[in-house]
Write a protein of this length. Structure first.
Length: 150
């Protein structure tokens, strides 16, 4: 019985991983996916930033919605940096693959800060938003500085 459960679990794991592997069968597929997810994340993060900086009127509902989307999107692009996707139409630096632990740490920190930003946006006041926005923006800048070609 234990062998059957182990076999079924193993088979299920392989089957569930197949769509992800097939999704990035070609390096350009991974590049398109990560560009798209980062673009959507940046658009929503930018809307929150505009409110936090006073460039746009503060709207608590819009801030919370956009921060939620940015936080959700922050989980998506990292799987789309497989080996071999460093060539082509990408601004990804080789450091992503050379120091993958540092890259993962930067991604994890950015996700954590965007989660905090999302929570702060739900408080419903611009000061909480401003306080959380700065550290979140710093994690984005850090990643761009270390892992993105200009």
């Amino acid at each position: 019985m234990k062998k059957q459960v182990a076999f079924v679990s193993g088979l299920l794991s392989v089957l569930l991983a197949l769509p992800a592997a097939a999704q990035f069968a070609k390096p350009e597929d991974a590049i398109k996916y990560r560009k798209a997810s980062l673009t959507v994340m940046a658009a929503h993060f930018g809307r929150v930033g505009a409110m936090a900086s006073g460039r746009a009127p503060y709207d608590a509902k819009a801030a919370a919605e956009n921060a939620d989307i940015a936080a959700a999107m922050s989980k998506l692009p990292w799987a789309a940096f497989p080996e071999g996707s460093d060539k082509g139409d990408t601004r990804a630096k080789p450091e992503i693959w050379k120091d993958s632990a540092k890259f993962k740490e930067a991604a994890d920190k950015m996700q954590a800060e965007l989660t905090k930003l999302s929570a702060a946006a739900k408080v419903g006041n611009v000061d909480a938003l401003k306080t959380a926005f700065g550290p979140a923006a710093a994690t984005c800048k850090n990643c761009h500085d270390n892992f993105r070609k200009e």
